[in-house]
Design a protein around this ligand. Sequence first.
Ligand code: M6P
Ligand code: ZN
Length: 187
Amino acid sequence: TPPISPLSITFDGQTGTMSPEGPVLTRRMSDLAGLFADTAAWEAAVADGDPVVYQVASSPVPEAEGELPQSITTILPGTVAGEFHMTKGHQHPNPQGEIYLGLSGTGGLLLFDGERPQWIDMAPGVIGYIPPGWAHRSVNTGDEPYRFLAVYPGNAGHDYGWVLANGMGHRVYRGEGATPRFEPFTA
Ligand code: M6P
Ligand code: ZN
């Protein structure tokens, strides 16, 4: 991939769109196989319209070494038997850091290094830092879409198998009031 020219990107934190825009990825319930604890409830949701769980709008900056691609992820509100809507989560096969900036709604960043689960509350204006070696998943803990901007090294990669093999340390459920409830979980 040839290097991209300097560019200005306009984004709307209330709608999750970027201009100019690159690829947009849509993940439906069926794309999250094996991730929610209640398999029967997950199957029922897939059968009942297979709803969109999240979308990722990317800028045109390519995922190539030396580049810093950006994307805005919008996680729609909801649960599967009380377990909050979330991203698949991944580890960077090329261990490098990443930053998330909260744009709208409320959510959290679940991190796991294989031993220690960590949680960062995310809201507009909060930067969550993901150090190298920490798998990461985003969770919508509110009742409106949760949106965040991600900036990551273009050669970091996405290892989804790591999360299936190791879990994320915790599961995140709707709790009393605004506080999520965490349950320990390792695969
Ligand atoms: C953020 C970034 C992306 C990632 C996306 C969705 O936008 O971390 O690299 O792809 O979230 O997360 P996942 O890949 O785990 O589905
Ligand atoms: Zn990442």
